[in-house]
Write a protein that binds this ligand. Structure first.
Ligand code: GLY
Length: 255
């Protein structure tokens, strides 16, 4: 069964957004353009049927617009993470306040670290990326919490990308969008693979919401593949977030 979402938390980027963490060499983001792109993203989530909880910019944390890293929310609980990069620690406390009215709260504790971007849900199973941000203690803690709520999980070691969902995302009907070079990973055997060619890697970070696929603008090969599978694709320009190593999934917590 696919877990359908009807709400999302987003946070408007702060004016110091360009001082966040990044490995990209695409240059400094334009703040006003980022605000416009964020607004369009929010409108698109609403168009897809989500009710938004819009948080004000948080200047204490330049990366805090990437809310997804701070919590994993299921229909049974919300798991507050402990972000892997020290500069982001504290963002999760503010999200906990928002989620505590909606779900029973669980949390990852020191020495565990987990970034929500490393968590890929496929029906009742969660793939957890072991990454520079999510450590093995975090994987174990998260696995234990998920088991308590009758979910299964497994670890996928990643080294070529920031977060697991930078390179692989689940749609529905067993369809997995994944970087071509990762498609033979044993963890993803048995899926219908929609492969993302090497020139379009950023577009693997796409998002299915209630039958529509949000896709970064400017990636024609993957767009054609998705449309050939009858997905309704909504292209969004998220260039300013790409400059800060962020993408469509990490800009919201859907639940
Ligand atoms: N800039 C997003 C992150 O590195 O977590």
């Amino acid at each position: 069964m696919i877990y359908t979402t009807n709400k999302a938390i987003v946070r408007i980027p702060g004016e110091n957004f360009g001082q966040g963490i990044t490995t990209s060499d695409l240059g400094k983001p334009n703040y006003h353009l980022a605000l416009e792109q964020h607004h369009t993203y929010c409108e698109s989530l609403k168009e897809c049927g989500l009710e938004l909880i819009v948080l004000e910019p948080d200047l204490d944390f330049p990366d805090s617009t990437f809310v997804e890293d701070t919590a994993i929310v299921t229909e049974r609980c919300a798991i507050i993470t402990r972000p892997g990069d020290k500069r982001r620690r504290g963002e999760e406390e503010r999200i906990k306040k928002e989620l505590s009215g909606h779900r029973k709260i669980e949390a990852i504790y020191e020495p565990g670290t987990v970034d929500g971007g490393d968590i890929l849900r496929v029906k009742e199973h969660f793939y957890i990326g072991l990454s520079a941000r999510t450590n093995s203690e975090g994987v174990n803690q998260l696995g234990d919490i998920l088991r308590k709520y009758a979910y299964s999980s497994s670890m996928v070691q990643i080294d070529k990308m920031l977060h697991l969902k930078s390179g692989v995302n689940f749609l529905d009907q067993n369809n997995l969008v994944i970087w071509e070079e990762l498609k033979h990973l044993p963890a993803f055997k048995g899926f219908n693979i929609i492969s993302v060619i090497s020139g379009e890697k950023y577009a693997a970070n796409c998002l299915l919401i209630n039958n529509r696929v949000l896709l970064p603008a400017g990636f024609p090969d993957i767009k054609e593949k998705l449309e050939a599978r009858k997905y309704q694709v909504l292209e969004l320009d998220v260039s300013e977030f790409e400059k800060m190593d962020g993408g469509l999934t990490c800009l919201s917590i859907r639940f």
